[in-house]
Design a protein around this ligand. Structure first.
Ligand code: OAD
Length: 240
């Protein structure tokens, strides 16, 4: 099974890769939907990952993201991130990396052009459209920081439930999955759209889909192979 997938990787003209939280699990970043350790098993996403929640409780939401940001700054890319980055470096233009992860670990491993569909937790931006007074050099520190003149708040630079994905990244991702001949879907539960829909688009466009995930997912129906293994264990030998 592994040799077959290795052969597909060798032959493919263009490979699209979609990653989710499981990709970073072996770096020590908790996933969202694991029934024991997943963030959404312990916290209610409606209270932490929506614009309405931020407007209602800006300090609580800001502090939760600040805590995750600090935790992520302390971890490192794992062997899976490194294997994907090394492949992209050896084969310029052959791999498009699309990620739902906001942890920046693909970028730190070397995939600086990864399409970050859900933003980046290390960044923040204005809650309201900025006025002339909202300047980066005068931001007042706080939980959250704010414009000292108009009070506009800084918010985490991630995509919350109910928000649109960054249009340029999403269009580039759709283009990649419609034109690839192989798609690797790694460490995602396939529960969140539009990201999960990219696997169906690749399949409908004639690409082979391979899933790398220790658990079954709703995307398995379009997969030609499901490798039931952790990403950091199997990617180094697959991408070598
Ligand atoms: P989930 O937490 O929903 O799914 C993680 C998947 O990773 C599960 O299917 C696990 O079986 C799998 N997994 C766990 N360990 C793994 C490992 N070592 N190797 C490979 N797979 C492993 O995370 P996502 O699918 O990424 O949104 O969730 C999608 C979005 O929902 C996230 O981007 C986030 C969340 O709300 C935002 O942050 C906007």
């Amino acid at each position: 099974m592994y040799d077959t997938v290795r052969g597909w990787i060798r032959e493919a003209r263009h490979i699209a890769v979609l990653t989710g939280a499981g990709m970073s699990a072996e770096s020590g970043v908790p996933t969202f939907r694991d029934s024991q350790s997943g963030l959404w098993a312990r916290f209610d996403p409606q209270e932490l990952a929506t614009e309405a929640a931020f407007r209602a409780h800006p300090q609580r939401v800001w502090d939760w993201y600040a805590h995750r940001r600090e935790m992520i700054a302390r971890v490192a890319p794992n062997a899976g991130h490194v294997a994907l980055a090394a492949f992209a470096r050896r084969h310029p233009g052959r791999l498009t990396l699309i990620t739902q992860n906001v942890d920046g670990l693909h970028q730190r491993a070397g995939n600086t052009d990864a399409l970050a569909l859900h933003g980046n937790i290390a960044e923040d931006r204005w809650l309201e459209a900025p006025s002339a007074c909202c300047q980066p050099d005068t931001i007042e520190a706080g939980h959250p920081p704010r414009c000292p003149v108009c009070g506009n708040l800084r918010r985490p630079g991630v995509v919350w439930f109910g928000e649109n994905l960054p249009a340029v990244a999403l269009e580039a991702a759709e283009h990649a999955v419609s034109h690839c001949d192989l798609m690797l879907v790694i460490g995602t539960s396939g529960e969140v759209y539009p990201a999960a829909g990219l696997a169906f688009t690749a399949h409908q466009s004639g690409a082979r889909v391979v899933i790398i995930n220790p658990e079954p997912t709703p995307l398995d129906v379009v997969a030609e192979q499901c490798l039931r293994a952790p990403a950091a264990v199997c990617l180094p030998s697959l991408m070598a």
